[in-house]
Design a protein around this ligand. Structure first.
Ligand SMILES: [Zn+2]
Length: 98
């Protein structure tokens, strides 16, 4: 079976399947015709090894976007990137306060 997110579930650089907790959902635009665009769901992934980010927009017929929008919601409940950025920020703040 073909999944729209297939291209972002694998890191070619690390030869690694990206785990579900490293995905998050957002909103984006897709081009629907000359000069026209529509809002759609975008799925982001971040490789836990190298931090490389990938994204894929949900494009296609309305029923397809509704179906996968729903499936993505179940499968990838995150609305934000994984905690990596907080890890980077916390020590920095501590250092500047000293
Ligand atoms: Zn990687």
């Amino acid at each position: 079976m073909w999944y729209p997110e297939e291209s972002v579930t694998y890191c070619r650089h690390c030869d690694l399947d990206i785990p579900n907790e490293c995905f998050w959902r957002g909103r984006g635009y897709m081009i629907t015709g000359p000069g026209t665009q529509a809002r759609t769901s975008v799925l982001y992934s971040e490789c836990p090894e190298c931090g490389r980010r990938q994204s894929v927009g949900l494009e296609g017929k309305l029923w397809f976007r509704v179906l996968y929008g729903w499936l993505w919601k179940l499968r990838y409940p995150n609305r934000r990137p994984p905690e990596r950025e907080e890890f980077v920020e916390l020590p920095r703040r501590r250092v500047s306060g000293e």
